[in-house]
Design a binder for this molecule. Structure first.
Ligand code: SAH
Ligand code: SF4
Length: 354
């Protein structure tokens, strides 16, 4: 029996696979052929790769594995067309991926970590704690396996807004962006991919200087350091002024409009002084404010401040948004998608991982 550890082929870049083929005396265009099978044709077995000779397929099978995740269950929302996919890693962790259709696009919300170490007080993933980073192939497989389920070319947009902080899993996130924007995945445009972060300045700058220059969303949630630190402990390490400087740099270098995410918490970030400070901040750079109704995390039975968090009512959200809009802030309210299947933002935490 062959006990050799096989390499995950979806963890390789095109140039790494080219190097492999050259090292075994093959032409490097074989790498492009294999990439085409995996990423364009969604092949799940080497034996299906018809343009590769039989002996080479055997060699690939011997050296590599195509599997990283397996689909455990799917769940569809009754209210919307949102669909949640529960995937299992080889070491038994469960992670979630959500497909969110709307009139214009089908957005895939993918996870970057099992759990999250940043402990934001309103976030179910944060309450789970941190298990580990996802590998590049586990990030990429969420896209590939979901595309196999829903049909090729159905997914038009990708957002890193599932479980985890993508900028704390920086290299794997970058490598996955390389696959998503590469020619073998029909080049999902960098403007159709959004990385959402709680705000790690050094990594925001590194992402701006990378090859990918995708869209960036910053989880803002308060324009005040003291309030933000209470609900997002990461703010004590990286204060807002440093994060905003990094965001300004990001917008300039990538020529993109930065999105601020803002989850509405009653009495905490929905006051008139918040309107005033938000107006000043949002108008000081090319930005758009995305107001998000707070999704309940009661299913996690939290304690401490998490237990006290209450959503701002929809009437109060409307009034808040109107004030901002009257102040010439570009602001939209995000639909709460898939609420009934706990597939909305920040509700991603799996029963077995709780
Ligand atoms: N770690 C990254 C990306 C994942 S979270 C980040 O924090 O940006 C994706 C978005 O969901 C973030 O804006 C996050 O603040 C928001 N979110 C988390 N919990 C939420 C909740 N219970 N209700 C609404 N939005 C939430
Ligand atoms: Fe982590 Fe983002 Fe949740 Fe904060 S909001 S705990 S950074 S996943």
């Amino acid at each position: 029996m062959n006990t050799k550890t096989k390499i995950e082929i979806k963890g390789l870049s095109l140039s790494e696979l080219e190097k492999y083929f050259i090292s075994i005396g093959e032409k490097k265009f074989r790498a492009s052929q294999v990439f085409n099978w995996i990423y364009n044709n969604l092949a799940t077995r080497f034996e299906d790769m018809g343009t590769i000779t039989k002996s080479l397929r055997k060699k690939l099978e011997n050296d590599f594995t195509l599997e990283s995740l397996t689909l455990e269950t799917t769940q569809s929302s009754n209210q919307t067309k949102t669909k949640k996919f529960l995937y299992k890693t080889k070491d038994g962790h469960l992670i979630e991926t959500v497909l969110i259709p709307d009139a214009k696009r089908n957005t895939l919300c993918i996870s970057s970590q099992v759990g999250c170490p940043l402990d934001c007080k309103f976030c179910a993933t944060g309450l789970m704690g941190f298990k580990r980073n996802l590998t590049m192939s586990e990030i990429v497989d969420q896209y590939l396996l979901t595309a196999s389920e829903v049909g090729k070319n159905v997914i038009t947009n990708i957002v890193f807004m599932g479980m985890g902080e993508p900028l704390l899993n920086f290299q794997n996130t970058l490598d996955a962006l390389g696959i998503f924007t590469g020619r073998h995945t029909n080049r999902i445009s960098r403007r159709r991919i959004t990385v959402s972060t709680s705000g790690i300045p050094e990594k925001i700058i590194a992402l701006a200087d990378s090859n990918y220059k995708v869209k960036l969303a910053l989880s803002l949630h308060s324009p005040f350091d003291d309030v933000r630190s209470k609900i997002m402990p990461v703010n004590s390490r990286f204060p807002l002024s440093d994060v905003v400087d990094a965001i300004r740099y990001y917008g300039r270098v990538t020529d993109t409009r930065v999105m601020f995410e803002y989850t509405m918490l009653k009495g905490i970030n929905d006051r008139d002084e918040d309107v005033k400070a938000l107006t000043k901040l949002c108008r000081s750079l090319n930005s758009k404010l995305n107001v998000i109704p707070f999704n309940s995390i009661a299913h996690m039975s939290p304690d401490g401040i998490s237990r006290e968090l209450v959503p701002t009512s929809s009437e109060d959200i409307k009034a808040f948004v109107k004030k901002l809009s009257d102040n010439n802030v570009i602001v939209i309210v995000r639909d709460t998608q898939g609420d009934d299947i706990a597939a909305a933002c920040g509700q991603l935490a799996t029963e077995s991982e709780k």
